[in-house]
Ligand binder design. Structure first.
Ligand code: AMP
Ligand code: ZN
Ligand code: ZN
Length: 425
């Protein structure tokens, strides 16, 4: 049963919407000649379902039973791990998977951040920002598809609710974590049953259960095990229901996660008192910190950096230009004038927010194995039973554009060579 809440791409179908619905929001079962259609050149292209399991740490595949994930691995490829981009937070990492860009280049440098040029803050909790395409750089997969005449659909993915460069997927939903996972899966199957002219080729799907349980109970807990079992069941349902399609062999399933999870210990919380730093704004604190030095007296930023470094032994405290290159977190002014990168399990906090107990989170340096996610994929061009080394999440984008026969954004950081051996030349 199709849920009647999805949104339609504004441009091509607005007349249709007015006709059918009498309004510009809401949704409708679309698929006929008036709905979005594929350019005939794409009719032979395969279908890609990009499924993200938030916070699914790479070693959960060993820690817990995962029969459906194992089916994908057996039918196709599994990476030892997928290395997320820094910072290892949901919004930047998902948007890196979607665009093939590091956070400094796509611009979503945190779940929350300050834009000094706009003089405005972005926050994942602020719907008006989340749905405002002007915050988002790069070209997510669904935009690459739509701008080349290929229909795309999203049952949730970071960035899919905004018109990036003026373009959304033809079908998308406003994020609502309470929508049952099976409804999401069933909608994807319904999309794949559309007639070929209007059937979306690029589809995203997202599940948050494992991240939620991970924050509350931590890796290794039975509660995370229950969440893993639940999403494994949803993945199994997706795989099972693909057999209802007469074009099942044309469907690729690409499974990813955005980061892992790790305990932040109470005694590893290192306090910094912002009132000691007049004219300095601590925008983000925790597993990393983003700091703006409003006072532009020459040498002031260096002085603040040195004071912070003296207070925070073991942390990396950097002027923006000096952030280690491997983190790709320098070129964008949104990252802050000073960036603190906390050591594993430790955090930087204000004196009033020192935690009483250990809690579980992510956001740390992407070199820490506890921050690594998963990658598995199956489909006709992927030979079965392959295991590949860890690779960086930015390389998923060119693999998918290649599978779909689309021209990849030339500005993406990801390179096709990395995963080309997996999908064949
Ligand atoms: P975090 O653990 O803070 O990095 O973020 C994880 C949370 O992001 C999930 O539990 C979801 O509730 C939330 N989330 C995921 N996608 C979206 C979205 N498109 N809009 C708003 N919130 C989202
Ligand atoms: Zn996440
Ligand atoms: Zn999380």
């Amino acid at each position: 049963m199709l849920r009647r809440t999805f949104f339609l791409h504004a441009g091509a179908v607005s007349a249709f919407l007015v006709l059918v619905l009498g309004c510009s929001g809401g949704g409708s079962e679309v698929g006929g000649p008036l709905g979005p259609t594929n350019d005939p050149a794409h009719l032979d292209a395969p279908y890609v379902i990009l499924v993200s399991f938030d916070g699914f740490r790479h070693d959960y595949l060993e820690m817990y039973p995962t029969p459906a994930f194992d089916r994908v691995a057996a039918a196709g490829v599994r990476a030892e791990a997928m290395k997320p981009t820094f910072p290892t937070k949901t919004f930047p990492t998902h948007y890196s998977i979607a665009t093939g860009m590091y956070a400094e280049n796509h611009g979503l440098v945190g779940n929350q951040f300050w834009d000094p040029d706009r003089g405005e803050a972005y926050s994942m909790g602020d719907r008006s920002a989340v749905e405002d395409g002007t915050w988002y750089g790069g070209e997510p997969l669904w935009v690459t598809a739509e701008t080349q005449g290929m229909v795309a659909a999203s049952y949730f993915f970071v960035g899919s609710e905004a018109a990036v460069g003026g373009v959304t997927p033809s079908y998308w939903y406003r994020y609502d974590g309470s929508i049952p996972n099976n409804d999401r899966v069933d909608q994807v199957i319904d999309w794949l049953k559309f007639p070929a002219e209007s059937r979306p080729h690029m589809i995203t799907l997202y599940f948050s259960d494992v991240d939620n349980a991970g924050h509350s109970y931590g890796p290794g807990s039975p509660e995370v095990g229950a969440a893993v079992a639940a999403v494994d069941g949803s993945l199994g349902r997706l795989l099972d229901r693909l057999s209802e399609l007469d074009h099942e062999e044309d469907v690729y399933v690409v499974v990813v996660s955005d980061h892992g999870m790790l305990a932040a210990t109470a005694d590893g919380a290192d306090p910094v008192d912002p009132t000691l730093f007049p004219g300095v704004s601590f925008v983000t604190m925790g597993t990393y910190a983003s700091i703006f030095v409003d006072d532009d007296t020459p040498g002031r930023a260096e002085q603040v950096r040195d004071s912070l470094q003296a207070m925070l032994p073991g942390h990396g405290v950097y002027l923006r230009a000096d952030v280690p290159e491997r983190l790709h977190y320098s070129s964008n002014p949104r990252v802050g004038d000073i960036v603190i990168v906390a050591p594993s399990g430790r955090t930087v906090v204000t004196p009033s927010s020192i935690p009483e107990n250990t809690y579980y989170t992510h956001g740390w340096d992407n070199d820490f194995p506890e921050m690594w996610g998963v990658f598995l994929a199956q489909g006709s061009r992927i030979s079965s039973g392959q295991t590949i080394d860890m690779f960086e999440a930015v390389h998923v984008y060119p693999m998918i554009t290649h599978l779909l026969g689309l021209e990849a954004n030339p500005e993406a950081d990801g390179r096709l060579e990395v995963l080309l051996p997996v999908v064949g030349g």
